[in-house]
Design a protein around this ligand. Structure first.
Ligand SMILES: [Zn+2]
Ligand SMILES: [Zn+2]
Length: 499
């Protein structure tokens, strides 16, 4: 038995990762001659279905005691971490790098001993906080830089001992933390609501990030000419790119994950020094690929699956450089002359991404559902597939969770818990229980997915709206929808007032 992100019913054969990455099988043995009597995507779909996929997509040689993680590398003693690189003694993290002793984090980097937060950078002991940089001992705060010992604060720079943006003494701070007693679930949930109300009185910048020159989007850091893009650092000349680790250049319609990507178009999950990739999915360290899935350290491939260290292949069949260069233009012409028609009658020619019906993952198993949540009906109507949850995973809880973490016994580690939001079962692991007790935070009532959902809801959407700066009236493009209650300033006005 292996743990896999491929559902047993999706029709794909799965190999253990060490076998998939070994020479014990040869993806070129599945190679097919191109058939000009049938559409390209029909032929690609057959090849894709034949070829084994790895059980998970992790750098398995760098993982220690972190079996239930995916999209990951260099993790030690981690549990349910995804899109994670360099983590130790952590659980429930998504899209993170260099984290230690952290739980429930989204898009955080280089932080320690922190809980239920997003977009932390170089933080230590931060709880229920968003978009904080170089902070320590911060609770329920947002947009802080260089702050410590703050509760319920927003938009502060280099401040210590503040509660609701007002200075307090060290003693008052300690007394307040005692009074609020965040070990209680009830207190914590009530306080979250109070903080949300309080923060609406303060202006927000039109976008999160800094040094965004001639750019638009949100969560942009050190970018130039990057348009309509989200969560990008060190980027230049890009449009419609998302979730990119630095650096990235000259790319468009590119989702995940950069780390030196250039000339990438209409591709997802490609990175680690990649160059000139069109319509690629899950390709690392590769160049000059078109319509390729899971091809690594390779170049000049068209319509290939699972090739490692290969060159000049079409549908996994080996050609000489001259043959390859002569055949590819003919196939491109054929793709336009004989388009593929999907089950809903939509046509796919050269220049379109893979038809969505080829995806081994259902819509609700994918990253798309995190940022564009959909009902089953809407997803199916758009031609996506949907996988209903397994009813076995929805048993009654076998333990009750006391309101306060100090009243929780070790027996909870043997119990089955039930999410208050979606009803799915989840459990607690030893290191998280120790963490909750040490920092006096309550036992979560929601499953890890619903907790991630709650944090993602604090992000602005991947969408831009035209509105006016609430201070100077200048036109701005922002991901705060006009009907939202936040006060939104242009960057200039925000800087004049806050920092
Ligand atoms: Zn849930
Ligand atoms: Zn303004």
């Amino acid at each position: 038995m292996v743990v896999s992100n491929q559902h047993p019913d999706n029709g794909h054969k799965v190999y253990r990762q060490d076998i998939w990455w070994s020479d014990k099988w040869d993806p070129k043995e599945y190679g097919k001659e191109y058939d000009f009597s049938r559409p390209f995507f029909t032929q690609f779909a057959e090849l894709f279905q034949d070829i084994p996929l790895p059980s998970l997509n992790v750098e398995y040689t760098t993982m220690v005691n972190s079996e239930y993680c995916n999209g990951a590398a260099t993790l030690k003693n981690c549990y349910l971490c995804f899109r994670a690189d360099h983590g130790e003694d952590c659980a429930y993290l998504t899209s993170i790098t260099y984290m230690k002793d952290c739980f429930d984090q989204t898009f955080s980097d280089r932080s320690e001993l922190s809980y239920f937060s997003s977009k932390l950078l170089n933080c230590y002991q931060c709880f229920y906080s968003y978009n904080c940089d170089n902070c320590q001992d911060v609770w329920f705060s947002r947009d802080l830089i260089g702050c410590s010992n703050c509760i319920g604060c927003i938009g502060l720079r280099n401040k210590k001992y503040h509660i609701f943006n007002k200075p307090v003494t060290k003693e008052e701070f300690g007394d307040t933390l005692k009074k609020f007693d965040f070990g209680s679930y009830k207190n914590t949930e009530n306080f979250k609501k109070e903080v949300k109300e309080f923060m609406l009185k303060f202006p927000r910048k039109e976008y999160y990030g800094k040094n965004a020159i001639n750019s638009s989007g949100d969560y942009l850091y050190n970018v130039k000419n990057v348009l309509n893009s989200f969560i990008v650092s060190d980027g230049e000349n890009c449009k419609f790119v998302q979730f990119i680790k630095p650096p990235v250049r000259n790319s468009m319609d590119y989702t995940m994950f950069g780390m030196n990507g250039e000339w990438i178009y209409e591709s997802a999950w490609v990175g680690l020094t990649v160059n000139t990739i069109k319509f690629g999915v899950w390709d690392y360290g590769a160049h000059h690929l078109e319509y390729s899935f899971g091809c690594h350290s390779s170049g000049n491939l068209f319509g290939c699956v699972g090739i490692r260290g290969g060159e000049y292949c079409i549908l996994n069949k080996q050609y000489s450089k001259e043959e390859y260069e002569a055949l590819v233009p003919k196939i491109i012409k054929h793709m336009n002359d004989m388009p593929y028609r999907d089950a809903r009658g939509r046509e796919y020619r050269y220049g379109e991404m893979f038809p969505v019906e080829l995806s081994p993952w259902a819509y609700n198993e994918s990253l798309a559902d995190e940022w564009f949540p959909s009902s089953k009906e809407d997803a199916l109507a758009k031609g996506f597939s949907w996988r209903d949850p397994d009813k076995k995973e929805y048993q009654d809880a076998t333990v009750n969770i006391p309101d306060h973490s100090k009243d929780v016994g070790d027996d909870i580690l043997n119990g089955i818990l039930k999410c208050v939001s979606c009803g799915k079962n989840y459990l607690l692991i030893r290191i998280e229980l120790d963490f909750y007790r040490r920092f006096n935070v309550p036992i979560p009532r929601k499953c890890p997915s619903c907790r991630t959902r709650e944090r993602l809801d604090e992000f602005n959407p991947i969408k831009l709206y035209s509105r006016k700066c609430a201070k100077c009236g200048k036109d701005i493009q922002t991901s705060y929808a006009p009907e939202r209650p936040e006060i939104v300033y242009c960057e200039q006005c925000y800087q004049n007032e806050v920092a």
